[in-house]
Design a protein around this ligand. Structure first.
Ligand SMILES: CC(C)(COP(=O)(O)OP(=O)(O)OC[C@H]1O[C@@H](n2cnc3c(N)ncnc32)[C@H](O)[C@@H]1OP(=O)(O)O)[C@@H](O)C(=O)NCCC(=O)NCCS
Length: 209
């Protein structure tokens, strides 16, 4: 069964926190300092998981065993990282993507990234963006393999994150919308070409008369 995305519900918060704790422990065991300074936020804070769930920004992927992945997708460009020159409103921002260790290694992360690119395209945005922990070079390599480009690295002493990546929003190949867009494009080109031919014929006919 392929895990499908759904919006997280308030009662999913505990399972999402477990995923976060598992990821932090996995990273620590690998010698990474990623997320080592991050603590669970007070549920009353607008930056908390609970507030994100209430705003409809937190997503989960479930299989028969329960929640196996989570990601937050919002349109809030972090003003410490993205500037006006980045046209920050032209993107959706992917945060806290985590796949459980039990489900890892099966391209679920790639599926989540494709889904985010699809949602961004649906909303008329041109980019999916994220900021990654600066020292997590293995993660940077992963995002480059997923088609992201490195935009720049913002080195703020009070932040561990700051490696900025973006990828084009698009409709993943083979989806109905992708087929629709391609068909619409081909029909549009064909109609334009037919219009030109009709004009040429009309002009040549008028020359003859
Ligand atoms: C990133 C993630 C969602 C991808 O899930 P996935 O598609 O199942 O892919 P995998 O877990 O197999 O990871 C792919 C590769 O990225 C590496 N990687 C993943 N997260 C990494 C991290 N935070 N730091 C360094 N390397 C990382 C993995 O070691 C693996 O490397 P390999 O191909 O050389 O074995 C998942 O690895 C994860 O939850 N990572 C920890 C949390 C995290 O860093 N999320 C990103 C926040 S910006």
């Amino acid at each position: 069964m392929n895990p499908r995305p759904s919006l997280a519900r308030p009662e999913d918060a505990a399972a999402i926190r477990s995923l976060q704790d598992e990821a932090r422990a996995w990273l620590q065991a690998r010698g990474s300092d990623q997320w080592s300074t991050i603590r669970h936020t007070d549920p009353a804070s607008p930056r908390s998981l609970e507030a994100g769930i209430d705003r409809g920004e937190v997503w989960v992927w479930r299989d028969r065993s329960g929640i196996v992945a989570t990601a937050t997708l919002d349109d809030g460009a972090d003003p410490e990282l993205w500037t006006a020159d980045d046209t920050p409103d032209d993107a959706l921002y992917l945060h806290r993507m985590i796949v459980s260790r039990a489900a890892a290694g099966n391209h679920l992360g790639a599926t989540i990234i494709d889904w985010a690119a699809h949602r961004a395209a649906d909303l008329g945005r041109h980019w999916v963006r994220l900021d990654a922990w600066r020292s997590s070079t293995g993660l940077h390599a992963y995002y480059l393999r997923q088609g992201f480009q490195h935009v720049r690295t913002v080195d703020l002493p009070h932040r561990g994150s700051g490696a900025l990546f973006q990828r084009r929003a698009y409709y993943p190949a083979g989806t109905r919308l992708d087929t629709f867009m391609k068909t619409a494009f081909i029909v549009g080109i064909s109609l334009t070409a037919l219009g030109y031919i009709a004009l040429l014929v009309a002009f040549s006919v008028s020359d003859w008369t």
